[in-house]
Design a protein around this ligand. Structure first.
Ligand code: ADP
Ligand code: MG
Length: 475
């Protein structure tokens, strides 16, 4: 890497640090490295999958903005997991020991450890107290529409249960893309469940569950941690897709079984269905799928309008003069199709703008303020099973042919096309795709992707077939 590139990278990190604050920075970005900059894209790497998914889910935009401040031509930031073998960072890959220690306090823990495992001792206590709750995320402010009626009804049912009631569906598993209301619904269950009834509802992010548990092991209070978890009536776990690590998963499995067998309710949210939680053990996945699995779809226009109105109403509680005329609300609901977070962001901006400049909200101002939130329609989330089904149908082979080890030409080509589509249309990694195609190696997948990529450029028939498959999958 050139000196110029090094300097630029330092400046980007500096921007990131001041934008997210020292704590967040050292937790998530301290071990991020620059791999390369090419034309419009920047390639960064981190040491673990967890860091990667966390950064992608929560800070992707922020990282891009910091790059653009230094290099306006950058339009894309890729984050990958760097291999454990890299010479540059051998020590960093050593996993933190989780053997019990007689003394939990280790003043000399390396900054490395502190960055990922955060304050070990207090974390135990905090984990028992649950993750922080946002007082605005209640059933009162949750707007229902076609895409979330079932999830909402199930969540209400859970929240209104009494101690000793028989549990109707367990676990309740809600999945949806980013910003579609999972956290809102889960926190609503927690607020409602904890007020008025004698029940104890504990809300934990998967991250908190992980750190809480790892920290508890270190301080030899694992037993207490387990007991406390088992002593609650409803366990709510958010963002389950982030649950990583064999020990943690085994513990999660025990906790899940113990709670369900004791007739306690478990509520879970994730960004994908149980069958797609590739890093989880098969037994856990089937246990998760054994309750009620509900998907929340994208927000329809009416629902978006409802959410905007509810946000304005909430803002007016503190800023009585804040008014958003109906045409502006209609405009926002029509154009901000992405997710609930952008809707919230839009209202916040209008509020800030009208407060700072002491001007009323107009359509023109709204158009200017939210321009960057107006994005093309969020593409449908495509699943590997759908790809396999559609490809099998088009080429007149069976799905099990695709997964089998048969190597006849009439199966090999469709299989390669399916792997290629899985790589280009989903966010799954090569090894994950290999697993989903009958346990193949990631190099096989890579080979298939490259083969089809090369062929599509030359072979018009194949090109048409691939286009047609993409259309079918987008429907
Ligand atoms: P997720 O956890 O699925 O990523 P969140 O629950 O954090 O999404 O929702 C993102 C934002 O959109 C929050 O401000 C939330 O209050 C809002 N939101 C999403 N769905 C709804 C809804 N149905 N009613 C009201 N607000 C919603
Ligand atoms: Mg969430």
């Amino acid at each position: 890497m050139s000196n110029m590139e090094q300097d630029r990278w330092s400046r980007v990190k500096g921007r990131l640090r001041s934008s997210v604050g020292e704590d967040v920075y050292s937790s998530w970005f301290a071990r991020m490295d620059l791999e390369s900059v090419q034309d419009e894209s920047v390639h960064l790497s981190v040491p673990t999958r967890f860091l990667k998914s966390w950064i992608q889910a929560h800070y992707a935009e922020r990282v891009l903005t910091c790059w653009q401040a230094e290099m306006p031509e950058v339009h894309r930031v890729d984050v990958t997991v760097r291999s454990a073998m890299r010479v540059a960072a051998p020590a960093k890959e050593t996993p933190a020991p989780i053997a019990p220690r007689p003394e939990g306090r280790d003043g000399r823990a390396s900054s490395e450890l502190r960055a990922t495992a955060i304050a070990p001792v207090s974390a135990t206590h905090e984990a028992l107290g649950g993750s922080p709750l946002d007082p605005r995320l209640t059933f009162g402010s949750f707007v229902t529409g076609r895409s979330n009626t079932l999830a909402h009804a199930a969540a209400r049912q859970v929240a209104e249960g009494r101690r000793g009631d028989s549990v109707m569906f367990n676990p309740l598993y809600i999945h949806a893309g980013v910003g579609l209301g999972k956290t809102h619904l889960l926190q609503a269950v927690t607020w409602a469940g904890n007020s008025g009834t004698e029940r104890k509802v504990l809300y934990l992010t998967a991250e908190k569950f992980m750190y809480g548990f790892v920290a508890a092991l270190k301080t030899q209070t694992a037993l207490a941690f387990k007991e406390a978890l088992r002593g609650i009536d409803v366990l709510v776990i958010d963002d389950l897709q982030f649950l990583q690590g064999k020990t943690t998963q085994a513990e999660f499995c025990h906790t899940l079984n113990a709670l369900i067998d004791a007739g306690r309710q478990v509520v879970i949210a994730a960004d994908r269905p149980p069958s797609d939680l590739e890093s989880l053990d098969e037994r856990v996945r089937s246990r998760l799928a054994g309750g009620l699995v509900v998907e929340m779809g994208s927000l329809g226009e009416e629902l978006r309008l409802g959410i905007l109105k509810s946000r304005v109403a909430a803002a007016r509680a503190h800023h009585a003069s804040f008014e958003v005329p109906a045409p502006v609300l209609d405009y926002l609901a029509r154009t901000i199709t992405h997710n609930g977070r952008d809707l919230e962001g839009a209202i916040n901006r209008l509020l800030a703008h009208s407060k700072l400049n002491a001007t009323p909200v107009t359509l023109e101002m709204a158009e200017r303020e939210v321009r960057d939130l107006v994005r093309p329609m969020e593409p449908k989330r495509i699943k590997i099973e759908d790809i396999q089904r559609v490809v099998a149908r088009q080429y007149n082979v069976s799905r099990s042919d695709l997964l089998s080890s048969r190597r006849t030409a009439n199966v090999v080509r469709p299989r390669q096309v399916a792997m290629y589509l899985a790589k280009t249309l989903t966010l799954r990694s090569l090894p994950e795709i290999g697993r989903r195609f009958g346990g193949r190696d990631h190099t096989t997948v890579l080979h298939a992707v490259r083969t089809i990529e090369a062929l599509v450029g030359k072979d018009v028939t194949l090109q048409d077939e691939v286009e047609s498959l993409k259309r079918q999958l987008a429907e």
